[in-house]
Design a protein around this ligand. Sequence first.
Ligand code: SAH
Ligand code: SF4
Ligand code: F3S
Length: 472
Amino acid sequence: MSKILHIKTFGCQMNERDSEIMGQLLARSGYVYSDAPEDADLILINTCSIRDKAEQKVYSLLGQLRDLKEKKNTLRIGVCGCVAQQEGVKIIERMPHVDLVVGTQQFYQLPALLARLEGGELHQAIELDLAGDFTIPSYREVMQDNLPHLAKSTLAPVQSFVTIMQGCNNFCSYCVVPYTRGREISRPFADILDEVHQLVAQGVREITLLGQNVNSYGKSNAVAPQSLAFPDLLRAVAKTPGLVRLRFTTSHPKDLTPTLMRCFAELEQLCPHFHLPVQSGSNKVLARMHRGYSAEEYLDKVAELRRIRPDIALATDFIVGFPGESEQDFADTMQLLHRVRFHSSFSFKYSDRPQARATNFTDKVSEEIKSERLARLQGLQNEISLEWNKSSLGKKVEVMVEHNTTPKTPGETPRGRGRSAANQVVHFLLQPGQTMPAPGKLIQVLINHAGPHSLRGTLLDSCNTPSSSIHG
Ligand code: SAH
Ligand code: SF4
Ligand code: F3S
């Protein structure tokens, strides 16, 4: 009889991709995925440790699952991902109802570890070694099996993430990732292309290449046969017949080269949307963060990007209240936001992380000041995002359909959702007589409403949209 698996994923897109792969590996051992944790025989929590809050969420979820396990003693609970890697056995000491702790590079061991638990050979299992090897079976085998897109994916079936590297060597002073994900390692070029080709053959139209620092792809091993860099990879992936949109995340400003910038002008499939985390606008803070660039260097790169690709939509990350951040330093960050006018940003209050150097800095900023600065920054970003989005009012925007809903009540207007090349979420309504376009199709939407986080409009006659169109 098949067993039921439920996975709860926290954190970044790399974790989302890893969760998909875990689900696919376990499907091979007979597990069927369910969205309902109460039905599950195995619950995996794929965890994130980027900020203290993310870590606390994991413990509070584990606390809740204790009741579920008391009711159903055959239930197995596994903790994977960055908190698992960081905390190891401490998780089981604190939460003895956890059966399994699996580190960030050991999740391919899940089927074998579960078999040993089932067979009574192990009572609880912990597997944490950082393998430092991207030829681990998790990726190769799953791809060779050509398993279908997992039902639990948060993405539309026409989109997929592809992990191209793992780990990070940058050691930004606030960051836990180099400790939880290990040293940077690039996945072999041919493996990545194989995976992309298989996904596109299965109907995927949009691929996002993933890594903590994708533009240093190729600097650390595994890339064979010859030395290839990230722009080479982008060019090769863009050639995949049937691939309509290509994106990548995340890039480090210090490694952003002119060759990579030119890809935005040269590759039709590469969307004019770029996530380039700046973190702060103050040179003093950037230096203490160990980011390796100044605000001026960042602004120069932005100017060059916009010269090469004027319609590029820039997104970023900010940390507010880094230790020692003065009111003037924060004003520099606000000033940088004013100057660049990012389309969108993620912003966070600085949080101490285990092993990260800044945790030992003594000049911490109070919670109150951090909250107040975050609100100011987010207020300004919302105004700017709204202004950007409003510039689409009355215009035709090309959208890739991601989801559509059949009306529940008769007479309700059918509606769908997709994304512009600039990564804006676009909701669209059908006009009488129009048929709902399938996910993956490129459509034209006439925008009549703009909010800070999304656009709304009506579907223009699909005859206006050549189905062969492949504009990024
Ligand atoms: N590799 C990417 C992003 C890593 S984590 C990069 O280099 O930019 C995603 C974001 O979380 C970071 O960009 C940063 O803004 C935020 N972050 C990381 N560590 C943090 C910490 N200790 N406190 C608050 N925010 C943090
Ligand atoms: Fe963390 Fe810096 Fe690496 Fe990004 S580049 S993962 S912020 S250490
Ligand atoms: Fe979080 Fe680990 Fe990703 S700390 S952001 S899940 S690499």
